[in-house]
Design a protein around this ligand. Sequence first.
Ligand code: 4GW
Ligand code: MN
Length: 363
Amino acid sequence: MDRTRIRVFFKCSAPLIFWLCLLSTFFLGFFWQTSEGHWLNRGISILCETQRLSRNKTDLLDNSPEIELPRMVYTKAHIFKPLRTDVLTVTPWFAPIVWEGSYNLDILNEQFRQKNMTVGLTIFAIKKYVVFLQRFLETAETYFMVGHRVKYYVFTDRPEAVPNVTVKDGREIVPLKVQNYSRWQEISMRRMEIISYFSKQRFINEVGFLVCVDVDMRFNDHVGVEILSELFDTIHPGFYASERKAFTYERRNNSKAFIPQDEGDFYYAGGFFGGTVDKVYQLTKKCHEAIMADKNRSMEAIWQEESHLNKYFVYHKPTKILSPEYLWDNNFGSPQFLKKKRFLAVPKNHAVIRNRRNSHLKC
Ligand code: 4GW
Ligand code: MN
């Protein structure tokens, strides 16, 4: 009797049980898919994430380019024979200071060649300063980054006045039109804004390093890959031996360029700095912002963008420093320690070209 009852019960409810099972499987599946908070689900996604991350890192390890030097024969360095004994060749934060005789160019050239990079050189030739272009570019072809790829970015308000200098294979002159400003201080300072803008828009896709220099200059000796590093600047030829108090930093404390008397390492020149595109972008952007902040309070730093650059370097130490060999002016003579004058100021006919500052020429 009981058995038949049970059989009848099952016969009647079997379809119901069947549908119930089907429905619950469906709902379980649905919640499994959607509930991010489910502990099992969370566990699985964490597992996937770590696997994905570690796979990316392994890819990086496997694909990072190897720089391997060929057999090279050269005089080895010697612990008790410093390459230069007369000048400082490293800063207390371990940045090299580049002097003639302190580096092996063959090693550096080979390492750079294997990186397969192009160097961008930015110059500004606004208004009358286009007259400096011909000699600048010709001497750069003889001395600047010889054997490597170079893009000369020439910012000018007169692209038609950029001379047609023939350049070697792998090198190119790129005129870029910019507006001119009526005040020379503005022309000088706006370089920061323009370099930061173009770094983001263009340079980052075209070159590995940027070198940003004045145009009223000529190359007079080798300037090569020994200068390249993440962030570099040149010691100003007027202040290489000066004490801090003699540096012409901005000393008014309401300017963004203000540097207190007891801070600062060197007086850096605004006419020769550079680095990787990202580092030059950060530097020029920050200097431009500081210049604009000053402008909004009707201030202008004593040496315009050079003052802001010096401020930046107090708190963002350069990774390499160029000796005054890389930015010299014959008005400072020919001191013993200066083995080469690689990049020289072209004397300006101030009456014709400009009517400006000479007070840097004190030493
Ligand atoms: C005064 O009349 C002027 S004009 C001061 C700078 C002028 C100027 C500067 C200019 O008319 N056009 C121009 O392109 N520049 C750029 O700014 C040029 O690249 C130049 O090398 C740079 C800095 O000016 P500068 O070489 O005359 O500055 P210092 O004397 O510090 O080297
Ligand atoms: Mn200059």
